[in-house]
Design a protein around this ligand. Structure first.
Ligand SMILES: C[S@@+](CC[C@H](N)C(=O)[O-])C[C@H]1O[C@@H](n2cnc3c(N)ncnc32)[C@H](O)[C@@H]1O
Length: 277
């Protein structure tokens, strides 16, 4: 029978796809035992039951095949929230927290209306709502299974006041205007070789890929935002590390001012924002 200590040694079996094999093994073991990582450190000699051993081995095998840890656990921490995840949409990434940090620095009305396009798990919309209780936050996604997931996350984090609807981009917001529009849309070129690597292999194409070298959805959102923003309203879009120039161009052509691009933790251009005057 394995102890916690010997069970964790199995982490070396997780293949080179994982940069943090021990961390992954710890998260999977915590999931099976229903404990936190401190418990693993405190009780290395505790024995796993045979059920726990079987469940843990099967999770390790799935991880060895390349399944993302977040999908195996069914959840991912983001900002200050715990979010359920599913293969219907993207696993939220830490780099997206940069967009949230900068959105919270904007000078907006205290009851600002905010729209998150392509909300996925609800990561951006729910994080903003958790920090600004008076903002009127709306979120949309094109797929009903994704909308249901985001609604479940709103309930789980007691943020039910966020309105989450099924809409292809602005389809359901024909006559609405917002003080802030945010989006992390699909932006990967269909030919990008990264799509066959790491977690991206398991995430849905609908969350990742856009035509026109990844720019089609971004262009649509920037152009359509013009008539959905109040005067002085802001648009913030997350994009690929090599799309900053194209996205700034698009903002300029659509008449945005105060355009700037923010870099992510790896110093790559990641979020472009601009104001509609
Ligand atoms: C890159 S994921 C971002 C998810 C989430 N905002 C995040 O940052 O983790 C893009 C999301 O856009 C959604 N999406 C794709 N096409 C869409 C469309 N036409 N209208 C609305 N949402 C769309 C996808 O289902 C997916 O959830």
């Amino acid at each position: 029978m394995n102890t916690i200590e010997t069970a964790l040694k199995i982490h070396s079996l997780i293949d080179g796809d994982s940069e943090s094999a021990l961390f992954d093994a710890e998260l999977l073991l915590c999931h099976v035992l229903g404990c936190n990582r401190t418990y693993l450190r405190t009780w290395p000699e505790k024995q796993l039951s045979s059920d726990q051993q079987t469940q843990y081995s099967s999770l390790i095998n799935l991880r060895r095949e390349g399944q993302p840890v977040a999908y195996l656990l069914g959840r991912r921490d983001f900002w200050t929230l715990e979010l359920f995840v599913s293969p219907a949409t993207l696993i939220p990434r830490p780099d997206t927290e940069i967009l949230i940090e900068h959105a919270l620095e904007l000078t907006l009305p205290s009851d600002a209306s905010v729209l998150d396009l392509g909300t996925g798990t609800g990561a951006i919309a729910l994080s903003l709502a958790s920090e600004r209780s008076n903002w009127q936050v709306t979120a949309c996604d094109a797929f009903s299974a994704v909308v249901e997931l985001a609604q479940k996350n709103a309930e789980h984090n007691r943020l039910e006041r966020v309105d989450i609807v099924c809409s292809s981009w602005f389809e359901m917001f024909e006559n609405d205007r917002f003080h802030l529009i945010v989006s992390n849309p699909p932006y990967i070129d269909p030919q990008d070789p990264h799509l066959t690597q790491g977690d991206l292999r398991y995430e849905p194409v609908s969350a990742l890929v856009a035509q026109e070298q990844g720019m089609a959805d971004i262009r649509h959102i920037v152009q359509a935002s013009v008539k959905h923003l109040y005067v002085d309203g802001w648009l913030m879009i997350e994009h690929g590390y090599d799309q900053g120039g194209l996205v700034r161009n698009c903002f300029e052509q659509c008449g945005f001012e105060q355009i700037k691009t923010i870099c992510d933790f790896g110093n790559n251009e990641r979020v472009t924002m601009g104001q509609m005057k």
